[in-house]
Design a protein around this ligand. Structure first.
Ligand code: FAD
Length: 321
């Protein structure tokens, strides 16, 4: 028995969420008194693969062939399922990212496994039964999902479980399973934005602004605040619909779901559809000139004031520290 963790990379570098996933897998493996095995697909250098040992991986399966350098959903799912069978994995862990969300149901189907998407905590394990917490109804409730299947597939939300260095080392093994050519009939191309800004789904701090900012010409102070804090920028739906900001920044029910340690909402009313994408943030700070704005009801800290006065003062104060 083992726990298998899929480790995602972007252009050969492991994502932050990947280290969270291996740490989560290690914690599950410890509960099951077994080992955690990492699997990486694509072109990743040996020293990057070796890092996984420091987070608890006993072994790293390295699948690196030319036709797998970009994401191919069907083929990656076949590789993960084949590896899970080879390693007799009772649990397969993936990050709940764009690719993880696409892969996990396919892997679960191939393994006849129960699946929980968007786990927010470690499972309670009772014999063959896993009880896993996940958010439900656009984050308005926490569901506890119970799975009893012999193999379980779990995807974990970015920022929900911290990565933890264990100081170990792993052996890296080349792994080349036979994948049917039909798995390559459809390819999904991940479009990576050519920018050095912080990835929104994985950001620990998000500075987000809404229609209260009046127009795209006023985003300079939002970008500056984000830069001072080392944060990613985000926005409400009407802002991206109006073309003030790119669609990749739109958070909410119909956009990206984020769960940073700190979410700063500036000039956003707090409509239910927006909250659906941000309510699992650990700390929410709201800046709004209307004291009745619904966002204040879910805020940990609130500033009632004009964003054009408050934000420059905030930047000034942060720069002094
Ligand atoms: P507004 O509602 O116009 O709010 C602007 C806020 O700025 C107000 O609270 C105002 O008091 C404040 N303000 C104004 N001036 C200042 C100032 N100078 N300083 C400080 N504060 C100021 N929305 C999303 O965001 N994400 C989604 O995924 C999403 N999905 C949707 C799906 C459906 C099916 C539907 C119907 C709607 C969806 N919406 C979504 C839209 C959502 O209902 C709201 O209309 C939207 O979130 C409002 O955006 P906003 O808060 O930026 O704008």
């Amino acid at each position: 028995m083992s726990v298998l963790v899929y480790i995602e990379n972007t252009e050969g570098q492991f994502k932050k969420s990947a280290f969270e996933a291996i740490s989560y897998g290690k914690a599950v493996a410890d509960q099951l008194q077994t080992e955690v095995i990492a699997i990486s697909i694509g072109t990743v250098k040996e020293d990057e693969l070796q890092k996984l040992g420091g987070y608890g991986a006993a072994r790293v399966l390295n699948v690196s062939t030319d036709n797998l350098s970009s994401f191919v959903n069907q083929a990656y799912a076949s590789i993960l399922a084949t590896a899970a069978q080879k390693e007799n994995a009772s649990v397969v862990v993936l990050s709940n990212t764009f690719s993880g969300k696409g892969l996990a149901p396919r892997v679960a189907t191939k393994l006849s496994a129960g699946i929980v998407s968007g786990a927010s905590a470690l499972p309670q394990i009772n014999g063959d039964t896993f009880e896993v917490q996940t958010s439900a109804f656009s984050n308005k409730a926490i569901a506890t999902v119970s799975i009893q299947s012999a193999v379980k597939v779990l995807t974990i939300n970015p920022n929900a479980f911290p990565s933890k260095e264990t100081g170990g080392s792993a052996t890296v093994e080349a792994y080349t399973p036979d994948i049917p050519s039909t798995d390559f009939s459809t390819t999904v191309q991940e479009i990576v934005r050519a920018t050095d800004t912080i990835s929104l789904p994985e950001a620990e701090i998000v500075v987000s602004a809404g229609r209260g900012l009046k127009g795209p010409e006023n985003w300079g102070m939002i970008e500056e605040l984000a830069k001072v804090l080392g944060a990613a920028t985000a926005c409400s739906k009407p802002v991206s619909d109006a073309g003030w900001r790119p669609h990749s920044e739109h958070v909410g029910q119909t956009g990206i779901v984020v769960s940073p340690n700190l979410y700063i909402a500036i000039g956003i009313s707090g409509a239910i559809q927006h909250l659906a994408g941000v309510s699992s943030s650990k700390t929410i700070v709201v800046i709004n000139k209307d004291p009745e704005a619904p966002f204040f009801k879910v805020a940990d800290y609130g500033i009632v004031g004009d964003a054009f006065v408050v934000v420059p003062k905030l930047i000034e104060a942060l720069k002094k520290h």
